[in-house]
Design a protein around this ligand. Structure first.
Ligand SMILES: N[C@@H](CCC(=O)N[C@@H](CS)C(=O)NCC(=O)O)C(=O)O
Length: 219
């Protein structure tokens, strides 16, 4: 068990469209599952702070501060937390390998394709580009759907950090209706997001943005 509190760095405020989807949620969710106490440290979304660039060269969040360790990349952060908590990852070698495999699959085989589709729709607002991106994304989602059709969790026969990553990647697709054609993925996502730790992490993230709005309104 992780015996010391951690700090999660996220933005001080973000616009409404990003709320609920900022990736500090992945770390909050893992911490809630593992019973790890955490505090939140903030950095402005714009302009980016020099001090933040020093710990995250891409000027993004989340960043983890854990004792003497400061690290970025949500997947790496989850792996670190998973190594310390049996609630997040099994101990047995083959099961850990499978967890790592699906953690990387979420980040490198699924997220780039889903992000391409979501960005085409929401940022570029380019229908032709979105259609091409859908053509790349949907076969990958169909393959993933075949995997979760027969299992409750993505790896190791139990809930792991790979479910946190995969579910959070799928949430963004789902927010744009991209899982309508993939009911097995929608069901998988519903199973993961029904977990109390996810609900708590999401509520806390949303409360964080609401508090930022109140501070801003108060001047
Ligand atoms: N691969 C990184 C991606 C981090 C990322 O995209 N963070 C977003 C928030 S969810 C961000 O900081 N976006 C603002 C920006 O890039 O300026 C991770 O998983 O930690």
């Amino acid at each position: 068990m992780h015996d010391r509190a951690i700090t999660i760095v996220t933005y001080e405020w973000v616009p409404a469209f990003a709320r609920g989807f900022v990736r500090d949620l992945r770390v909050r969710w893992a911490a809630e599952e593992a019973g790890v106490a955490y505090s939140i440290e903030t950095t402005p979304v714009r302009p980016k702070a020099e001090a933040h660039r020093a710990i995250q060269p891409f000027e993004q969040v989340p960043v983890l501060k854990d004792g003497a360790v400061t690290m970025f990349e949500s997947g790496a952060i989850l792996w670190r937390l998973g190594e310390r908590s049996p609630a997040l990852m099994p101990q047995e070698d083959a099961a850990r390998a499978e967890t790592m495999q699906w953690l990387f699959a979420a980040l490198s085989s699924v997220e780039p394709l889903t992000n391409g589709w979501v960005l085409a729709r929401t940022v570029d607002k380019d229908a032709a580009q979105a259609e091409r991106a859908a053509g790349r994304m949907n076969p990958r989602l169909a393959a993933l759907a075949r995997v979760v059709e027969t299992r409750a969790h993505i790896a190791a026969g139990r809930f792991t950090i790979a479910d946190i990553l995969m579910a959070d990647v799928l949430r963004v697709v789902d927010s744009q209706g991209g899982l309508d054609a993939h009911p097995a993925l929608a069901a998988y996502l519903a199973r993961q997001t029904a977990r109390p730790a996810f609900r708590k992490a999401l509520d806390d993230q949303m409360a964080h943005w609401a508090a930022a709005d109140s501070r801003r309104a108060a001047g």
